[in-house]
Design a protein around this ligand. Structure first.
Ligand SMILES: O=P(O)(O)OC[C@@H](O)[C@@H](O)c1c[nH]c2ccccc12
Length: 271
């Protein structure tokens, strides 16, 4: 079963396949396998899901704080952009985990940003990119990623299963992202990952509504940890979610626009 792919996403994914082919000319799959194995010795996974769960067990929100310079819908979000400083600020502000955009062409991200951010703190990090090929999964572990994002809207069921199992074999956690019911069905059928993200933003129209989380959450088995993604800007947004028993959040823009991202995190998420 293949869920229909929206157009902006189709454009990004088409470019992604080109990019992967370019990279394969530069670094072979075998070299990347060796680099990932090496990372598992020198830079083992920090336990992404575990860190989220720990915060939630303590009664806090589990916040995945995003490091994102720009996005296709909003343009540049932050001019002064030093990933290591942002990472430290987030850690101080109480983040459970970091999310680092590594896509270059649409989000002005870079793999180096993930490496720099992770080296500057103790937090586990998710590689936020459009992952459609095994090559990118190896690449993620080789740069130190503790988790990868898999977006149901750009994967077939079989591909989702393959990439999910491969990531977990490499010691990473997997966050599977869905936006609507067909994608949720695909995610539940083809992946048993604990972390299920509901993106409140439609990657086709950029339309954003927190209602997406409430509409889909009822169909998610209780052994999964739901992460509400995108469009969280106010303390009210946070309390509405927590009242409905959603305790894990992925937040980017609201923090990126603040002078001190970690202070903004503490302000939004303090009880
Ligand atoms: O900046 P926001 O609205 O707080 O959203 C963060 C995050 O959810 C968003 O960046 C995101 C969610 N899924 C994605 C997939 C690809 C790129 C980006 C994303």
């Amino acid at each position: 079963m293949q869920v229909e792919t929206p157009t902006i996403l189709r454009k990004i994914v088409a470019r992604k396949f080109e990019e992967i082919n370019e990279r394969k000319l530069h670094t072979s799959y075998a070299d990347l396998e060796a680099a990932a194995a090496d990372a598992n010795i020198h830079n083992p996974s920090r336990g992404f899901a575990k860190s989220l769960r720990n915060k939630i067990h303590n009664g806090d929100a589990g916040v995945i704080a995003e490091i994102k310079k720009a996005s296709p819908s909003k343009g540049v979000l932050r001019e002064l952009f030093v990933p290591a400083d942002i990472a430290k600020s987030y850690e101080k502000g109480g983040a459970a985990c970091l999310s680092v955009l590594t896509d270059r062409d649409f989000f002005q991200g870079h793999e180096d940003y993930l490496v720099e951010a992770r080296a500057a703190c103790q937090l586990p990090v998710i590689r936020k990119d459009f992952i459609v090929d095994e090559y990118q999964v190896l690449e993620a572990r080789s740069i130190g990623a503790d988790c990868i994002l898999l977006i149901a809207a750009c994967l077939s069921g079989e591909k989702l299963r393959e990439l999910d199992l491969m990531a977990r074999d490499l010691g990473m956690d997997v966050l599977v992202e869905v936006h609507n019911r067909p994608e949720l069905e695909l995610a539940l059928e083809y992946s048993s990952t604990e972390l299920l993200g509901i993106n409140n933003r439609d990657l086709h129209t950029f339309e954003l509504s927190l209602e997406h989380t409430f509409e889909l959450m009822g169909d998610i088995p209780s052994d999964r940890l739901i992460v509400t993604e995108s469009g969280i800007h106010t303390k009210d947004d946070v309390s509405i979610m927590r009242e409905k028993d959603i305790h894990a959040f992925l937040v980017g823009e609201a923090f990126m626009r603040a002078q001190e991202p970690g202070e903004k995190l503490a302000e939004l998420f303090q009880a």
